[in-house]
Design a protein. Structure first.
Length: 69
């Protein structure tokens, strides 16, 4: 079975496109979630700790979970 080599920029573009499409689909399917997102954007002063938790989780997953030497 042949393996296809994909240009990294093309792969990144496809992943970004899929992410944007999924966000739009979920926003249309779940309007209450969009209400929460709008509230969070307006009340970022209240939700600063939530932003920090998400950033910490991303750093722990991708920063520390990187390739092992």
């Amino acid at each position: 079975m042949p393996r296809y080599v994909v240009n990294p920029r093309f792969a990144f573009f496809i992943k970004l496109l899929v992410a944007v499409v999924l966000i739009i689909v979920f926003a249309l399917l779940f309007p209450p979630v969009m209400g929460f997102v709008e509230l969070a954007a307006r009340e970022l002063v209240v939700f600063w700790w939530l932003v920090l938790l998400v950033l910490l989780a991303a750093w722990l997953i991708w920063g520390l979970g990187g390739k092992k030497k």
